[in-house]
Write a protein that binds this ligand. Structure first.
Ligand code: BGC
Length: 730
């Protein structure tokens, strides 16, 4: 997609012709927005400055972009200085981390992925863009499209989980949603797939750690969501902090230039992650700041965030000839082209309308969307004895540190949420219950510590109730950047509370709050029902109430496998086959742990609703798929229960023999259906060779002829496969 039309090209060329090297380098600088209220504690303090200094830099033409400030009126002042007081009058890009909502907060992206509805993510991203551009922003550093196969890593919360196919669908949807149909529209927000690339593959799940990765895994698992985002029209990409097999991603020519630009034809700009060029020195990949600048720039990083390295060292590198001026011009051209593509060169005050900023006419619609998105993100893991939905006449005890909490609702990376509008669990449940209903609310413990008399009052409340809603889980700050865990379990104080409550014998429904898959233990694992509620955002309480009282039948499915135990990590459903797979008949000398089989407690794709869904056999229309042909795969899905439900029908394949060992199963399609009680439908998926391709032993991305298994199933472990043959090309 060309990003600037010819007339603006001419304008960009004429600007370039007039720019000094310093002004060119200025366009490549991204700095914290100290002019407008700044979101504190998001990043380490580096290169700290103040509002006056930032405005002076803008005046001097030393700023291409400011980030993480908001406000339309002050944004206009920044642009006025850029346009009227800088020599060339080039407007500044205004960016921020707006990951899953601006004022109205939507579920964390991992939670939203559980909806298996990319079109929902597109709508929440659109609403986010409307609010963000009203607050004076052009650009969001989202979506995170990192594939997270290790639940110890805290940034899995920002992405779409462990699966690449699902990740691609959500990556593309979010880009479309943020950017809308017309990049020049005042409510279009530039998207940034990040972090390029393999950030989710950090060793041991420890954030910022090294990445050692097979070429095939890099290409088949981690790169595709970026490709999907670029194909959906993303014009900016952010680099990652990690190295990839020894070469830092932020100075990785093979990735930034070889893959992104040369192979994919990406026309936009590459921005570094926060001080990622500076970190090349700490990595031991660059000798000093100058060397780091040269390496990052020559690899293909156009914009440098916050380190100030480009400003300080690029002019000298150009002068010495170590960086060709033509390459500098290319980078500047890309930045200006993006500015042009969003209409900023025509209207520097685009998305800086103070009247729009205070207009709340969209709020109700966005909150309704947030409620729907939140309830669609909830996953019902188990429901013994149909304890859910709960009757409104029941005596209910809402117990746990999240019961009335308002500080752990939004989830990580929410910088600008309107906390005054957040709906707690208690508020949501009360709003759904008749006046005077029996709802007893007890904290029981703090997030990470016991409370004096907490367990006693929780036990008393449980004893007096027909059902307990147990609101436990991870504090919000356990997930997100730099939040890696060795044990992905509940804090001990909460586990103790759960044990005491369960011992009363009153049925327990766990309302789990989590930014990753957890290893559930004891009374939490064994509760009668478990609802995975992630961090659901502004409308948390209403969404949970909708599901608890049966206004909405849960339709979320796990985008990450819940393991039996933390020690299984990295655990993901689509792992390569081993030479000694476990079978029901034989467990000795098999790939398993002493304590657990090589399975999940709740697998990827799992989730229940209030209907009763039954799958007929998977059938293929023909025994063979021609090389250039297509094959239909079908199954009948029926709701034999008494309540309507939405079912996520999933298509998996398995390549029985490959030139590289193939995953046990891979998701290749999904569809969400609404089924009335007694209704049954035939679901048909079409397979072609393209869906069967992978990076083979020869390094080529291609399908290999031979036998395949195929399932239409309710999860990544369910069902019996049909079989077909991919025929070689004739
Ligand atoms: C994060 C990015 C974020 C940037 C700017 C970094 O620490 O890794 O995801 O966009 O900060 O706040």
């Amino acid at each position: 997609m060309p990003i600037a039309h010819p007339a603006t090209d001419a304008r960009i060329e004429s600007l370039l012709a007039r720019m000094t090297v310093e002004e060119k380098v200025g366009q490549l600088g991204v700095f914290a927005d100290m002019v407008r209220p700044f979101a504190p504690d998001v990043n380490p303090e580096v290169n700290v400055s103040n509002a006056a200094q930032v405005l002076e830099q803008v005046r001097a033409g030393q700023v291409g972009c400011l980030f993480n400030g908001v406000g339309a009126a002050q944004g206009r002042e920044i642009q006025r200085v850029a346009v009227e007081e800088s020599r060339l009058g080039i407007p500044v890009l205004l960016a921020a981390d707006v990951i899953h909502g601006m004022r109205t907060v939507f579920p964390i992206p991992l939670g939203e992925a559980a909806s298996f509805e990319p079109q929902l993510a597109e709508r929440t991203a659109r609403a986010t863009a409307v609010e963000a551009t009203a607050a004076g922003l052009h650009w969001t550093y989202a979506p995170a499209v990192d594939i997270a196969r290790d639940q110890r890593w805290g940034r899995g919360a920002e992405g779409a989980g462990e699966d690449t196919f699902l990740g691609c669908a959500f990556a593309a949807a979010r880009v479309r949603g943020f950017q809308g149909e017309d990049l020049r529209a005042a409510d279009s927000l530039l998207a940034t797939p990040k972090h390029f690339v393999a950030y989710g593959a950090v060793a041991g799940g420890m954030d910022y750690n090294y990445v050692e990765i097979a070429e095939g895994t890099l290409h088949d698992v981690h790169l595709p969501p970026f490709k999907a985002a670029v194909d959906a029209g993303a014009l900016t990409v952010m680099t990652a902090f990690n190295d990839i097999n020894g070469v830092p991603a932020s100075a990785n020519h093979a990735m930034l230039t070889g893959v992104l630009r040369d192979a994919w034809g990406f026309p936009g700009l590459v921005v570094s992650d926060y001080t990622a060029d500076m970190e090349l020195v700490a990595h031991g990949y660059a000798e000093d700041a100058r060397d780091a600048t040269r390496r990052a720039f020559l690899a293909g990083m156009d914009m440098s965030m916050q380190s100030g390295f480009y400003a300080e060292h690029l002019p000298g590198l150009v002068e010495s000839g170590e960086v060709p001026v033509a390459l500098l011009d290319e980078a500047v051209r890309r930045v200006l082209s993006v500015k042009s593509a969003i209409g900023l060169l025509d209207d520097p005050y685009r998305s800086l309308d103070p009247a729009r900023e205070v207009d709340t006419s969209q709020r109700a619609a966005h909150e309704a969307l947030a409620r729907d998105a939140a309830r669609r993100s909830i996953v019902l893991l188990k429901n013994e004895g149909d304890v859910l939905p709960v009757s409104r006449q029941a005596r209910i005890a809402l117990i746990g540190p999240f019961a009335r909490d308002v500080d752990n609702i939004e989830g990580c990376w929410t910088l600008f949420g309107d906390k005054s509008r957040y709906v707690t669990l208690e508020a949501g449940l009360r709003a759904a219950l008749p006046e005077g209903a029996a709802l007893d609310v007890v904290d029981g413990c703090a997030l990470e510590a016991p409370l004096d008399g907490g367990i006693e009052s929780a036990v008393a409340a449980a004893r007096g109730a027909d059902v307990v809603l147990l609101a436990v889980g991870e504090p919000q700050r356990y997930s997100g950047e730099a939040q890696s865990r060795t044990r992905i379990v509940l804090p001990a104080a909460q586990q103790a509370l759960a044990e005491a409550v369960a011992a009363t014998g009153t049925p327990v429904v766990v309302l789990l709050r989590n930014g990753r898959a957890l290893a559930l233990e004891g009374a939490v694992r064994d509760a009668q029902a478990i609802l995975v509620t992630w961090f659901l955002g502004s409308q948390t309480g209403h969404a949970v109430a909708d599901v608890v009282f049966g206004e909405y039948s849960p339709s979320g499915r796990l985008p990450v496998s819940f393991p039996h135990d933390s020690g299984q990590q990295p655990f993901f459903y689509n792992h390569p086959r081993t030479g000694r797979p476990e079978t029901p008949e034989m467990t000795e000398f098999k790939a398993r742990w002493r304590e657990y089989p090589n399975t999940a407690l709740y697998p990827f794709g799992h989730g229940l609703g209030y209907g009763r869904i039954e799958y007929g056999a998977t059938r293929v229309d023909a025994p063979a798929l021609e090389w250039d042909g297509s094959l239909q795969v079908r199954a009948t899905v029926a709701n034999t229960g008494a309540r309507a439900a939405e079912e996520v029908v999933q298509l998996y394949v398995h390549d029985r023999v490959g030139s590289r060992v193939r995953p046990v199963r891979e998701l290749k399609g999904f569809r969400k259906l609404r089924l009335q009680p007694g209704e049954s439908r035939e679901v048909v998926f079409t397979l072609s060779r393209a869906q069967l391709a992978f990076t083979g032993a020869d390094g080529r991305f291609a399908a290999e002829p031979g036998a395949f298994d195929v399932w239409i199933a309710p999860s990544s472990v369910a069902g019996e496969p049909a079989r077909f043959e991919l025929l070689a090309s004739r």
